[in-house]
Design a binder for this molecule. Sequence first.
Ligand SMILES: *[C@@H]1O[C@H](CO)[C@@H](O)[C@H](O)[C@H]1NC(C)=O
Ligand SMILES: *[C@@H]1O[C@H](CO)[C@@H](O)[C@H](O)[C@H]1NC(C)=O
Ligand SMILES: *[C@@H]1O[C@H](CO)[C@@H](O)[C@H](O)[C@H]1NC(C)=O
Ligand SMILES: *[C@@H]1O[C@H](CO)[C@@H](O)[C@H](O)[C@H]1NC(C)=O
Length: 551
Amino acid sequence: MSLITNLLVSFLIWSTYLSYAKCDVPCAARDVGIEGRSIVCVCNATYCDTISREIPERGKYVVYTSTFAGDRFKKSYGDIETNVNAREDDNDDDVDEDENGNYEGGEDGEIEQPVSILNRGAIRLYANRRFQVIEGFGGSVTDAASINWRKLSDGAQINFINTYFGKDGIEYNLIRVPIGGSDFSEYPYTYNEGPWQDGNLSNYSIVSEDIFFKLPMIKRALRAATSEIKITASTWSPPVWMKTNERITGYGQLKPEFYQAYADYHLLFLEEYSKAEVPIWAITTTNEPINGVAGAPFVRFNSLGWFPSQLARWVYNNLGPTIRQSRFNATKILAIDDQRYMLPVYIYGMEQEEPKAFDYIDGFAIHYYGNFAPASILTAIQNNYPDKILLSTEACEGPMPWDNEKVEIGSWQRANNYVTSILQDLNNYVVGWIDWNLCLSPTGGPNWADNFVDAPILVYEDSDEFIKQPMYYGMGHFSKFIPRGSRRIRSAQRSLLRVDNLAVITPQGTVVVVLQNKRERAIDLRIQIDWRRLISITLEPQSIKTIEIGV
Ligand SMILES: *[C@@H]1O[C@H](CO)[C@@H](O)[C@H](O)[C@H]1NC(C)=O
Ligand SMILES: *[C@@H]1O[C@H](CO)[C@@H](O)[C@H](O)[C@H]1NC(C)=O
Ligand SMILES: *[C@@H]1O[C@H](CO)[C@@H](O)[C@H](O)[C@H]1NC(C)=O
Ligand SMILES: *[C@@H]1O[C@H](CO)[C@@H](O)[C@H](O)[C@H]1NC(C)=O
């Protein structure tokens, strides 16, 4: 292209961008034709709905609403009301209350209107009571996700990346990537599979899945992103010759003679991805270590078992020193990477064996599939380890044996489950939330172990389109409006009716509140910003709302 055409094209793209900047492209809704399901939004090579975040001026607010009935990020605007008759009864600077203002969806406060009808809620915000700093939100670049993505045409691939990572999308800023294969691969594999007993890892190399699928997808995401993308990497299984059972799955742990080799296995991955210009922010200490121990009878995919004592010794003697003495010394080490209810078990066992292992650990990684255990476990852990972060690293719907439909297209219930979990986690000190596969096929694969599940985006190769399920919008209600560096603030329930919520203050100085109404009825809600100023809104039946307030 000549310089002139180049300039002309840039000008055209730029002017198009300017003229549409404030004008969101609406969801191309498709009725999935199943009773009880919501709509999905269809994207292709030339069309995909967009969303812009509008930062309100002081005194104003912007609302984004998604509903079971079919709204997706529907925008509305309002002015903060001032109650001139208010008495200064509870002051912002009054900080002698419980420091841990955080259970599921905000804490109890005194009830102002005990008679209040059960359709009326009240929440009081305390912008000066600040808790954890938010890292962000994201999804995982598995083999399955990247293989599906590459089945789309160039235009649809671009729309896909932008809808997750771009300025007009939901602006994800976290990614998780498997080190080698996971069950969401077309076949089980690891790096350095041969020769056997190769403790020096002389034959280590990344594979074609990295080169042709995962790395290209990640690099496109890095380029589209509006802020730094922080990548967390996890191993599912090492080469089987390192394992006591010499199999990819089942009951098996690391052979002691390969403890150092397995640490080096992680370091070499950091080298390889660094060479490919994909920096890794954090590694976890192996995906779901319980699967190769007590979970073995139920799990049929890539795993490595760790007893807590073994994990402590390996981190202290091998992984920790190896990473800290390398040029990747800033890489965070996130321990455990397993279900919520497993965390106390591992932490206790590791402490008993080698408390100094915790000097190498920057935080704990948590999975989604055991959330019958209360989220307050996380606050208890944070209180014991105030300098460590809690990061949710994996979540998906449909993985349980009793989930007879792996993919429930258009499910609003599944979006609700995500939102409930994010609200609980973040109200209990979690700093970020990473979804599992960014996309899957319409049957929830590929997965070599037949462990099919749901994903926020499904890819339809034949029609060159992808559909965005309610779960995508559930994620977006957080990721789009809670930028990195936001801090959770205290919110207190002031009504008999509890309304699940999360409140943060953003780096721009605005307050963002996420609200969930799981009921079939509308809720009238009063959000008291301080003793004089308030917002009155209605939460539609079965809705998720994000409100950004110019305080
Ligand atoms: C892409 O989607 C838009 C909006 O739904 C539609 O008008 C257009 O026909 C689609 N393009 C193709 C090639 O299907
Ligand atoms: C080294 O790895 C390659 C695959 O990356 C494999 O084909 C080859 O057999 C391995 N070499 C040995 C000596 O096992
Ligand atoms: C690793 O390499 C060193 C030096 O090349 C060699 O002496 C040693 O035997 C190798 N170890 C293994 C387990 O292959
Ligand atoms: C980390 O490594 C860099 C070189 O890559 C070095 O400059 C720095 O001092 C190291 N930091 C620590 C804490 O060892």
